[in-house]
Write a protein that binds this ligand. Structure first.
Ligand SMILES: [Zn+2]
Length: 492
């Protein structure tokens, strides 16, 4: 009897068509017909199955779950309900310890002290970890707790919505919101449904009796969204504080200084009007992002970015007095040559990868003595010259220079003022710049990994001695390189 039950259920829960076309519930072929998959013979009429009441079920994740007949026979699935088979003799009812990856299924099976069986019609939020979560970095337990909180935040499922099948409202024994928009329900046996185990892939608005190709596609899409959320979560110190779904704005950090840069994150697309420019948020993992440079000229105060507040604090920049030869000073007056170079630089910085190209902290390109900090106001031969929007690291001629992080060489060229110069695109409008080199070891267009030797320290261009002039540019505004060393914008 049990075997017949297995087979009949497999018939009505299985989508036999590779192309998504389904056969009627009373169709299908005996499993013994080995040619069935290839030949697709006409369905033979099946004897009317004796109806067996399903008394309970539980999905453990997007793939695995079980249901139980009133006679105690348990059926299990490992493919999201596409096929079911009778549980083997060694099968035991999963408890919270048995949840995938050894995770306590918070709010899930057994969380109420029961063994997960025979619960009444439930509408409690039940969130169970998916097997697809990537290997976590250090601090696995904390990371998994964070992921669980994030998944709960993204659970867009309303178990109180009415279940309607064929225009008829259906009473349910149990509703189980599972993940995102995916949920399962068991119709009351009094409703007389041939297929009482129902699935919704739109947050409980519509319900399906069959795992159709569309349903499977929606479940796969949810699996992909969960993967992206897990990957994004690994980027942050406290991911659950950052990864809010929806329109809320997150500023990393929300206190900053003139000359710095912040990272803006939102759960939806958006734009920021900031200091006379428009910045468009770009999709990455589960969110939308933009760098927001804080120009040196920004007045201290509290600014509104979306629904968030950004505090810009006051900062004093020191002054540096530099004496150079008359010949060097004259270099700065060659405006034609300088403008020519600027065209090249503008062109190189006008294309940036539409994604973050790095996945680990930035490193200092050389260990050198800091000879000029970031942001100094510079006087050359007694005349106000410019703001030094970079750091100068003094080091012996020929010191190898490492790429600060992964990226693509946007420009490697001999420029008039900055000498042999490299710009590396790190994606999303962020570039690192290396100037006054004695040798270039990369070419425009090269892909570089963090730590690759891209050139050697020198004193080419407008320079008084061997050093590396190093900075970052965010959307064509120079920004404080000290913010990046040993960390990433996701951890600001
Ligand atoms: Zn410099």
């Amino acid at each position: 009897m049990a075997l017949a039950g297995v087979w009949l259920l497999a018939l009505w829960l299985t989508d036999p068509g590779q192309d998504g076309a389904r056969q009627p519930a009373d169709g299908g072929q005996p499993a013994a017909d080995q040619a069935a998959a290839v030949m697709k013979p006409e369905p033979e009429p099946e004897p009317e199955p004796a109806k067996r009441t399903i008394v309970d079920f539980r999905m453990l994740d997007l793939d695995s779950g079980w249901f139980r007949y009133e006679d105690g026979v348990v059926m299990v699935t490992g493919d999201g309900g596409v096929t079911w088979r009778e549980a083997g003799p060694d099968w035991t009812m999963p408890t919270e310890e048995d949840a995938p990856d050894g995770l306590p299924a918070e709010g899930g099976a057994g969380a109420d002290g029961s063994d997960g069986t025979g619960r009444e019609a439930g509408t409690s939020g039940e969130e169970v970890e998916d097997r697809t979560v990537e290997a976590a970095p250090d601090g696995q337990a904390a990371f998994r707790t964070a992921l669980r909180e994030i998944e709960a935040a993204y659970l867009d499922f309303d178990p109180s919505l009415p279940i309607v099948i064929d225009g008829r409202r259906i009473a349910a024994k149990r509703v189980q919101p599972l993940s995102g928009r995916i949920g399962w329900a068991l119709a009351d046996e009094g409703e007389g449904l041939d297929r009482p185990l129902l699935v919704s892939v739109d947050g409980g608005h519509t319900w399906h009796q069959e795992i159709t190709a569309e349903v499977r596609a929606a479940i796969e899409a949810e699996r992909e969204r969960r993967r992206l959320r897990a990957e994004e979560a690994a980027l942050y110190d406290v991911p659950q504080d950052v990864m809010k779904p929806g329109p809320g704005w997150i500023l990393l950090p929300n206190e900053t200084y003139p000359g710095d840069v912040i990272l803006v994150r939102r759960g939806e697309p958006g734009e920021v009007e900031w200091q006379g420019k428009t910045y468009t948020l770009r999709p990455y993992k589960a969110g939308y992002f933009t760098y927001l440079p804080i120009p040196r000229s920004t007045k201290p105060g509290v600014y509104t970015i979306g629904d968030a507040e950004l505090t810009v604090k006051a900062k004093t920049f020191d002054t540096q007095y530099l004496t150079v030869t008359e010949e060097m000073e004259a270099m700065r007056r060659n405006t034609e040559r300088i403008a020519e170079d600027q065209k090249k630089i503008d062109e190189a910085r006008s294309h940036s990868a539409a994604t973050f190209l790095f996945d680990s902290p930035f490193l200092k390109p050389i260990e050198g003595r800091l000879s000029t900090p970031y942001g100094y106001t510079r006087y050359i031969n007694g005349k106000l010259s410019s703001t030094h929007n970079a750091i100068d690291l003094a080091a012996p001629q020929g010191t190898p220079i490492a790429a600060t992080n992964d990226g693509v060489v946007a420009l490697a060229d001999d420029l008039y003022l900055t000498g042999l110069t490299i710009y590396i695109d790190h994606g999303m409008g962020l570039f690192s710049q290396y100037a006054h080199l004695s040798e270039l070891h990369v070419s425009t267009g090269d892909t570089v990994k963090k730590g690759d030797i891209i050139g050697l320290v020198g004193s080419t261009g407008f320079s008084t001695g061997p050093h590396l002039h190093f900075t970052f540019w965010a959307h064509n505004t120079p920004v404080n390189p000290d913010l990046f060393f040993g960390t990433t914008p996701f951890r600001w």
